[in-house]
Design a protein around this ligand. Sequence first.
Ligand code: ZN
Length: 259
Amino acid sequence: MTTRERSLLTKEWYVVPISVDCPGCGAQTRSGGIVVGPSSLTNTTAFDLDGDLLKAPWVSLDSFAFVERVAGRTENVERFIANRYHSMFAVQDGGLKSVCEHCGDGLPAPLIRVAAMNGFVRLGQKKLVANEGLTLFLSKVVLTEFHGGTLIADAGLRDGGFSLLLLCDAEDGRNRTGVVEIWHSVARNEYAIVVKGHEGDELLRLAFYEALEHIVDDIAAVGLVLTQLHLAQDGSPYCDLARDLFLEALERSGYEQDV
Ligand SMILES: [Zn+2]
């Protein structure tokens, strides 16, 4: 079990429905827990999502984990979890809480943990939980990792079959520079990004993108600003098309292009 706080960046997470007795009102209530998948990335350095993305490499979690506690930056959590599953979760006291559907009280983590981990394994084996797929950035989380052997088909970051299309020079809020690589798989009709530091060291990798717009949103959400765009291969129509689509996506999100 891991109890230290770390930062978490993931596009693989699951809402697990649970049913427990509420210690507040005594009634049986439905609520939920959050489980993140093995492709999730964590970072243990003291981390400021608005400025430190290029500071240190992220490491992949490599196992499923129950999200025990979420604090720090919560706007993501509010938008993607509390607002979408408002009978199950609420942001209270600066953190995400599983709540009772009757009295709204926060349910204690140990009660949720057992129900959610058991529920995830049971529902996962029947393929009854789905990856939410939205990008979550959590600056202070405590995770409890599952023991080995919990696998869901197709979970995890899939690589192979991807072509590098575009390279974007990027800066974080501390004037550190890096490169965002944009990859695409024709077979999967899916994009992935790899963020590298200025010495070419890989810092993080995210996949499962259906559209370039979502990549543009995520780059902005992690506090990176793109400064220049390059084709991975000059004269390639595939790269040319990707550049045009990417420029359109950038323009739609408010980027201005210097000619
Ligand atoms: Zn209650």
